[in-house]
Design a binder for this molecule. Structure first.
Ligand code: AMP
Length: 196
């Protein structure tokens, strides 16, 4: 199963990915996580990405990370792409990359959530993280979050049309309860529902 989860920051991609990982045993490949790890490790990619990420804008050299990651043994049975592709050129590059490996995508699922709810969700994510005594993401502050939403609207939202035109897109209501969204995802993927 090769799946793309689309949706703005705070839509629930990470939460739903964790459930799909558990159910299907395929890895979640999050370019955001990969880039945060690169920043923490101080690699050249991380050093270039650090300030851009903190400001909430998109970084430019992440495709190689995904190409390498897809080759790893745990991704042989499939993967969930979370946060990639994020622009039409990335989607085109992904198509070329997958075709080169003889792979195809099974589904693209977009989680739709209205902007006001996203702001509230991020505020909650920050409060929950602080309550656990964990460090808060540098881009989970109101200003960077606004930039992330604009980046989504201007650069990532066009992917809905890209995949819709290819007959691959399913749009789900990301405002529903977490379990209900999970059930819908499994219905789309044609796997037995989690809470049935
Ligand atoms: P995320 O964890 O998906 O919210 O990503 C956090 C940040 O990492 C984004 O705001 C971007 O700065 C960067 N990033 C993650 N994935 C990509 C991507 N596919 N293309 C460009 N930048 C990305």
């Amino acid at each position: 199963m090769r799946l793309i989860l689309l949706g703005p920051p705070g839509a629930g991609k990470g939460t739903q990915s964790a459930r799909i990982v558990e159910k299907l045993g395929i890895p979640q490949l999050s370019t955001g996580d990969m880039l945060r790890a690169a920043v923490a490790a101080g690699t050249p990619i991380g050093m270039r990405a650090k300030d851009v990420m903190a400001a909430g804008a998109l970084v430019s050299d992440e495709i190689g990370i995904v190409a390498d990651r897809i080759e790893e043994p745990d991704a042989r049975r499939g993967f969930i792409l979370d946060g990639f592709p994020r622009t039409v050129p990335q989607a085109e590059a992904l198509d070329v990359m997958l075709a080169g490996k003889g792979m195809n995508l099974d589904a693209v699922i977009e989680l739709k959530v209205d902007a006001e709810a996203l702001v509230q969700r991020i505020a909650k994510r920050v409060a929950d993280t602080l309550a656990r005594g964990e460090p808060v993401r540098k881009d989970d502050n109101p200003e960077a979050f606004k930039t992330r939403l604009v980046a989504y609207r201007e650069q990532t939202a066009p992917l809905s049309d890209y995949y819709a035109q290819r007959g691959m897109l399913t749009v789900l209501d990301g405002m529903s309860a977490i379990d209900a969204v999970t059930d819908e995802i499994f219905r789309v993927l044609d796997v037995e529902a989690a809470s049935a």
